[in-house]
Design a protein around this ligand. Structure first.
Ligand SMILES: *Cc1c(COP(=O)(O)O)cnc(C)c1O
Length: 410
């Protein structure tokens, strides 16, 4: 029998939350949880931040929307502040990560026209994630995202991530490349960090061949990796960056920032968004930046990330079935040897803990940057129990496999 009128696009847990405070959440029955995913890297300042709530209420009582037919002071302010932080020249505002990447990909097409390249290619990476719209799903390196939606948009060249030789070969053999789009840390792909040397090689090749270096900072941006932006770990500056997730702490907003020639490509009529950059979303974005600067949240993410990673390594390193524990700031992965179906539900039920599993066997943690050290320690304690129990089951199932395999050998 149909119990919901929502399209079945998500595999949801049978829990709904009613209220939050920082890294804590309460469900509709009043049970308290610890949140180690922050709405998938969105609520970096925690739930129900009082300053954000006040900014929303105040702006809503003044003006929410007037359209981009008119000047919007909060949009100008947010654009200026983001450009100053990221070393960019101009911003375009939209409402989501996928739209921010669409904007970047449209810039790459205009860049191609200028260079007289009729069939331009954008280099993208294996194992990447850039969104669910037609252009961004074609750019994503995950067949599960693409399946059923063919024919895919052409114009993407896929390379292995962090592979310097593959990049060099592309530069040596192709004249139709106009841009490279990649994540500073592959998030949905399971927390794989771009090597600083690879980013530097990318910058050099982009300069030499006139490619736009476009970095998807939607998950990594605004302090999560321990710096304001993930690309800063490589000591480079891209030509284009995209932001969304944490920029509104839950209020939908996305941004595409660009510098140099790339910042001048759009002219009136090229691109637009009805809701994009409205006074409410941009005021919240400014509020997020003010709090992040005042509390030095990038540094806090680095310190808390080191604490979380070290604790997990101490408690879980070397356990059977635990293949790797890695992280970059407050993006942390526990990679298991086998799929861990039911892990998210068990974490909720037995540990009152919100976690995420990506690629079927990688536990991903994205806690709010405002977590207390005590909350980080609680996460370590709860994850240690959860993963140790999984590991014991993993060992038992391996033993069963061996016994079952025996008759075949005789
Ligand atoms: C979440 C995410 C996106 C897509 O953002 P939406 O707001 O869901 O469209 C794109 N790129 C990366 C790296 C992401 O993490």
């Amino acid at each position: 029998m149909q119990t919901s009128y929502l399209m079945q696009a998500y595999a949801r847990q049978p829990i709904a939350f009613e209220r939050g405070d920082g890294a804590r959440l309460w469900d509709t029955r009043g049970r308290e949880y610890l949140d180690a995913i922050a709405g998938v890297a969105v609520t970096s300042l925690g739930h129900a931040h009082p300053e954000i709530a006040a900014a929303i209420a105040d702006q809503a009582s003044r003006l929410i929307h007037t359209s981009n037919l008119f000047g919007i002071d909060w949009q100008e302010q947010l654009g200026a502040r983001l450009c100053a932080l990221a070393g960019m020249d101009r911003a375009f505002f939209c409402n989501s990560g996928a739209e921010a990447n669409e904007t970047a990909l449209k810039l790459a097409r205009l860049h191609a026209r200028r260079r007289g390249i009729a069939q331009p290619q954008v280099i993208v990476m294996d194992n990447s994630f850039h969104g669910r719209t037609f252009a961004t799903l074609a750019a994503s390196g995950n067949p599960a995202v693409q399946r059923g939606f063919e024919p895919l948009l052409p114009g993407f060249l896929r390379l292995p991530f962090n592979d310097a030789d593959a990049l060099q070969r592309c530069a040596d053999t192709r004249a139709d490349v106009v841009a490279v789009l990649l994540e500073a840390v592959q998030g949905e792909g399971g927390v794989h960090v771009a090597d600083p040397a690879y980013l530097q090689q990318l910058r050099t090749l982009c300069d030499r061949h006139g490619w736009l270096l476009m970095m998807d900072e939607i998950q990594t941006g605004l302090g999560r990796t321990g710096k304001w932006f993930g690309f800063q770990h490589g000591d480079i500056v891209p030509d284009v960056i995209t932001l969304a997730k944490a920029l509104g702490n839950g209020v939908p907003i996305g941004a595409c920032l660009a510098r140099g020639e790339a910042a001048q490509l759009f002219v009136p009529g090229n691109h637009g968004s009805t809701f994009g950059g409205n006074p409410l979303a941009c005021r919240v974005g400014c509020c997020v930046l003010s709090i992040s600067e005042r509390e030095n949240l990038p540094q806090r993410a680095r310190q808390l990330g080191e604490r979380l990673l070290a604790g997990l390594q101490r408690q879980l390193g070397g356990l059977p079935g635990v293949e790797a524990i890695r992280g970059h700031g407050l993006m942390i992965a526990i990679e298991l040897a086998q799929p861990c179906a039911g892990m998210v539900e068990r974490a909720l039920r037995t540990e009152d803990l919100l976690i995420n599993v990506t690629r079927e066997r990688i536990i991903r943690l994205l806690p709010a940057l405002i977590c207390t050290p005590a909350q980080i320690d609680q996460m370590i304690e709860r994850l240690a129990r959860l993963v140790t129990q999984w590991s014991n089951g993993h060992v038992a199932s391996q033993a069963v496999d061996v016994v079952e395999a025996e008759p075949v050998c005789k």
